[in-house]
Design a protein around this ligand. Sequence first.
Ligand code: SF4
Ligand code: SF4
Length: 251
Amino acid sequence: MREIKELAAEDIEYFNRQKELAYQGRAGTVRKNYCIYYTENKNKAFDKIYRQLTGRIKKNDEKITCDKGCPTCCVYYIEASVNECELIVYYLYNNIDRYFLFLEQYPEWRRRTGQYGDPLSDCERTVAEMRKEDRFSNDDLYNLDRKLLDYQLLDVVCPFNHDGICIIHEVRPYACANHLVTTPADWCSPFHPSRPKIYRADKTEEMDDLELYGYKLEKPVISSMPLTVYEIMRGGLPYITELTGISILDR
Ligand code: SF4
Ligand code: SF4
């Protein structure tokens, strides 16, 4: 077993117990089946996104500069739906080395993103407020951009990045997959004077995330991806119920 640097032995024991319980019983089966279904769904979406992005880039006669081990963009504030986070948890539980890597890297990431007034929580709050309203003024957008930049300037690499490689590449959030660049990688740094040329694909039907475990959500439930993954691993289904209002525990 990997050595865990930051979490105490009893914490690891607790997380391991949560992992053992995750797919047990009727509710656990629903949860597992949902993740299997969502994996297929996400793979389809990834294919469509990649085809759209490469088609557009080819049409403009440009070349993708994104490459493995190029982590400048992994310091962005990354959001994902609860559906995506639930899939990442499933992936980690089935890829035990990555599960331990995440548990090892998360505490330091959270400590560092909490510095200088906790820009991570600030981004979370701001985005949640804006989503409640569903209508954003130019001032709101300007305010959000500044908060996202504050977060980016912390220069803290995502806890899923290890030695420059994304350890959840197969199930990474749409926010990461739907983002290709054709300008030099160093332009992606906020410290560089030039801005990157970013390509994003249109939303596909698979990306709706309005359905969870067979229930319909009013709106997609979106939040900071690493934080939500960690909280799902810590709190299990009761945490997902708290987040979404959906309970499958009584099934
Ligand atoms: S977005 Fe920029 S930093 Fe990220 S992989 Fe692409 S080129 Fe590299
Ligand atoms: S999920 Fe992967 S690609 Fe996305 S920010 Fe984290 S390490 Fe980078």
